[in-house]
Design a protein around this ligand. Structure first.
Ligand code: NAP
Length: 335
C-alpha cells in the first residue's frame, strides 16, 4: 500500500485542522519532541500535553515550549487526550500502558513509535480498555542523538511511517495515517511480524554490525586504537555514527526482536562465510559480483529518494588554504 511523498500537511485542508483536539506524548525525546514540533507547525492538534520519566527532561520540554502542558505522570498525561503516542524505549511500553490504561478517554486512539512491533503489541494491548483504539506505528526516521533538544520538525518529511493496525481498526488507522501524512511522512501498512522481519535487516542488523566493528576497534592495543581514530575518515567513521546510537533504546530493540534479528543474523553469517571463502580462494569474480550487486542497491535507495546522491553523504570538506603564488617562470604574471 505504498504512496508518493507529499509535502508536510499538504493534503489536509485548513478546515479539517486540527485532526485531534489533544495529543498526549508519553516520552519527549528525539522522536516525541519531533512529533510535537511538527504537529505544532502543521496545526494538526489543538493542544499537546507531554511527560517524561525524569524531572530534568520535563523541565527542558517546558523550556523549549514543546507542549502546552507538562505533567509528571503517564496517568495524568492521557486524561482527556483523543490521541496518545508512546515515544519511549520499547522495553518500557508495557509498564507505561499499565500506568495510563485506566485513565484513557473512551474512543481515544493509542499509538507508539517503537522500532519493534510484535513485542510492543503483546506488552501494551492487555492494558488498554475496551473502547480505545490501538494502532501501533513506527516512523522509519531518526538520528543517533537523543533527548528533547535533538528533535526537529522536519525529521519525518519524506520518510516512511509503518502502521500495524489489528483487524477492525481501519477507521482509527485511517485517522492516524492522516496525522502522519500531516507530519510529512509517507504511510505504509504491515503486520507486526512482517515489520519486525523487514526492519531486522534494514535497521537492526546494521546497528549490530556497527556496534561490533566499533567495539572490535576499541579492543585493539592502545597504539593501534589511536591510529583507528586518526584514520577514521574511511568507512569506519560511518559505522561510528550508527554505533553512537542510544544504548538503552538498542538494547531493548535486540531483546524485543530476538526472532527477526537471529533469523537475519543467520543469513548474514552464511553470506560472510561465503566472502571469507572467496578471499581465501583468491576468487576475484565472486567478490566483484557481490560488490556490483550491493552498489546497485545503493543506487536504488537514491532513486527512491531515501538518501542523498551527493558523494560522502554530502558532507562538507574543509577548504584548501589560499594558493601559494607559483615561482617564475610558471606564474601567470609571465603570460
Ligand atoms: P529518547 O530520545 O531517548 O527519548 C526517550 C524519552 O522517553 C525520554 O523523554 C525519556 O525520559 C522518556 N521515558 C523513558 N521511559 C519512560 C517511561 N517509563 N515513562 C515516561 N517517559 C519515559 O528516545 P527516542 O530516540 O525518541 O526513542 C523513543 C522510541 O522511538 C523508541 O521506542 C525507539 O525504538 C523509537 N524510534 C527511535 C528512532 C531513533 O532513531 N532514535 C527512530 C524510530 C523509532 P527521560 O529523558 O526523563 O529518561
Amino acid at each position: 500500500m505504498a504512496e508518493p511523498a507529499v509535502p508536510p500537511g499538504g493534503r489536509i485542508p485548513a478546515s479539517a485542522r486540527p485532526l485531534f483536539e489533544r495529543l498526549a506524548l508519553i516520552g519527549t525525546g528525539l522522536i516525541g519532541s519531533s512529533i510535537a514540533r511538527a504537529a505544532r507547525a502543521q496545526q494538526l492538534v489543538g493542544s499537546i500535553v507531554a511527560t517524561a520519566r525524569s524531572a530534568p527532561t520535563r523541565r527542558r520540554v517546558m523550556e523549549l515550549g514543546l507542549a502546552d502542558q507538562v505533567v509528571d505522570s503517564n496517568a495524568a498525561a492521557v486524561a482527556g487526550a483523543d490521541l496518545v503516542i508512546v515515544c519511549i524505549p520499547v522495553g518500557q511500553c508495557g509498564a507505561a500502558a499499565g500506568e495510563f490504561g485506566p485513565h484513557l478517554a473512551p474512543g481515544a486512539i493509542v499509538s507508539d513509535v517503537g522500532s519493534v512491533k510484535a513485542q510492543v503489541v503483546r506488552d501494551m494491548a492487555p492494558h488498554l480498555p475496551p473502547g480505545v483504539h490501538f494502532v501501533p506505528a513506527h516512523p522509519v526516521a531518526g538520528t543517533e542523538q537523543s533527548g528533547p533538544d535533538a528533535g526537529f520538525a522536519e525529521l519525518f518529511t519524506g520518510r516512511w511511517c509503518i502502521l500495524t493496525p489489528p483487524p477492525g481498526e481501519e477507521e482509527a488507522a485511517r485517522r492516524l495515517a492522516e496525522f502522519w501524512r500531516g507530519l510529512g511522512a509517507k504511510v505504509d501498512f504491515m503486520s507486526p511480524e512482517h515489520h519486525d522481519l523487514v526492519l531486522a535487516v534494514t535497521s537492526h542488523l546494521p546497528h549490530l554490525i556497527a556496534y561490533t566493528i566499533v567495539g572490535t576497534a576499541d579492543d585493539l592495543a592502545a597504539v593501534t586504537r589511536s591510529e583507528v581514530l586518526q584514520y577514521s575518515a574511511g568507512g569506519f567513521r560511518d559505522f561510528t555514527r550508527i554505533a553512537a546510537s542510544d544504548p538503552t533504546m538498542w538494547r531493548d530493540v535486540f531483546l524485543a526482536n530476538r526472532t527477526g534479528v537471529l533469523e537475519m543474523l543467520g543469513r548474514f553469517n552464511r553470506d560472510l562465510a561465503g566472502l571469507v571463502r572467496a578471499i581465501e580462494a583468491g576468487d576475484g569474480d565472486a567478490l566483484f559480483e557481490r560488490f556490483a550487486r550491493t552498489r546497485a542497491i545503493r543506487r536504488g535507495i537514491i532513486e527512491l529518494g531515501q538518501d542523498s546522491a551527493a558523494a560522502d553523504f554530502g558532507r562538507r570538506h574543509a577548504a584548501l588554504p589560499p594558493p601559494i603564488p607559483l615561482p617564475r617562470p610558471y606564474s601567470s604574471e609571465d603570460d
